[in-house]
Design a protein around this ligand. Structure first.
Ligand SMILES: NC(=O)c1ccc[n+]([C@@H]2O[C@H](COP(=O)([O-])OP(=O)(O)OC[C@H]3O[C@@H](n4cnc5c(N)ncnc54)[C@H](OP(=O)(O)O)[C@@H]3O)[C@@H](O)[C@H]2O)c1
Length: 269
């Protein structure tokens, strides 16, 4: 059965990080209100929410009680905990809001969250590919499973281009594959730099790579910079990508190694 929404739904964003603020802002035109939950969030998140003109409610329980659509968009490692908080907040509600699980998590995590929410919410799988979108043409929101078409309609005419796939978890499977290229592959440079340093051959390796036409310095600098600024979050995403690969019988070592290298970069900050 297609999921239906009020013509001006209340949309709750958990939480207005860089991506959540952009999604919240994009949905304002279609929503009756876009709300966010203040409790426990940093000044940076509050500021982003204010700039995106989102309405603050005290906490996740209040947001869960009021929203027709709840968007989970937080660090991937926190996705289950956010869903647990929402499940508690939905107790006592008789209707069934849509829960958009938009994080970079494994398909099995999406299915576990759907099980956790049970008949309290209709879970839709989502995966964002591209940066926080403030203009059209940069970012696609992939949606799959029940409610995908309904959620896609909310994004019509927004900077996020919504595309749908069949089956709960499919959007997250796509994201895990994409992330192997965008986040695991660059950690190759971090691994070989670290190993070369330990062998005492850092300069010789740089010389050999440059001599053989490899753009080592630029690739390493890019990978290092991203690892230092985003490693803490990407480690969790790489663990989720590893779960995704393992579940379909594909070796998960690339993603596990990337997760470890991102953890090391974050610890060195
Ligand atoms: N940014 C991108 O380019 C991009 C691209 C594609 C997909 N995504 C996906 O979007 C999601 C969020 O990314 P982002 O860039 O918006 O991250 P972000 O800017 O770091 O924001 C994360 C948000 O989650 C909150 N948060 C932090 N720790 C939390 C916890 N333990 N439990 C609950 N909430 C927590 C943060 O609040 P505080 O301020 O209080 O810490 C903040 O509001 C991720 O799943 C990511 O994979 C991001």
């Amino acid at each position: 059965m297609p999921t239906s929404l009020p013509s001006r739904p209340v949309i709750g964003i958990l939480h207005p990080g860089a991506m959540g603020a952009a999604i919240g802002s994009a949905l304002k035109a279609r929503a009756g209100a876009v709300i966010w939950a203040d409790a426990g969030r940093s000044h940076a998140t509050a500021k982003r929410a204010e700039l995106a003109d989102l309405v603050a409610v005290p906490d996740v329980a209040e947001l869960a009680a009021r929203s027709d659509v709840i968007v989970s968009i937080c660090p991937p490692a926190a996705a289950r905990e956010v869903a647990q908080q929402v499940a508690a907040g939905l107790a006592g509600r008789t209707d069934r809001p849509i829960y958009l699980e938009a994080n970079a998590v494994a398909p099995d995590t999406v299915r576990a969250i759907a099980e956790l929410l049970g008949d309290r919410a209709q879970v839709c799988d989502g995966a964002v590919i591209g940066p926080p979108a403030w203009q059209h043409g940069t970012t696609v929101l992939w949606l799959s499973g029940p409610g995908a078409r309904t959620v896609a309609d909310l994004f019509d005419g927004t900077p996020f281009e919504a595309r749908t796939l069949d089956g709960l978890g499919t959007a997250s499977g796509l994201k895990a594959c994409f992330a192997l290229q965008s986040k695991a592959l660059p950690t190759l440079w971090l691994a070989l730099e670290e190993a070369a340093a330990r062998f005492g051959v850092g300069d010789a390796l740089r010389e050999e790579l440059t001599r053989t036409g490899v753009e080592y310095s630029a690739a390493l600098a890019g990978a290092r910079e991203r690892a230092v600024t985003k490693g803490w979050r990407w480690a969790g995403e790489m663990e989720e990508a590893a779960e995704a690969f393992a579940a379909v019988g594909v070796p998960d070592g690339f993603s596990r190694a990337a997760a470890e290298l991102y953890r090391r970069a974050a610890d060195r900050r």
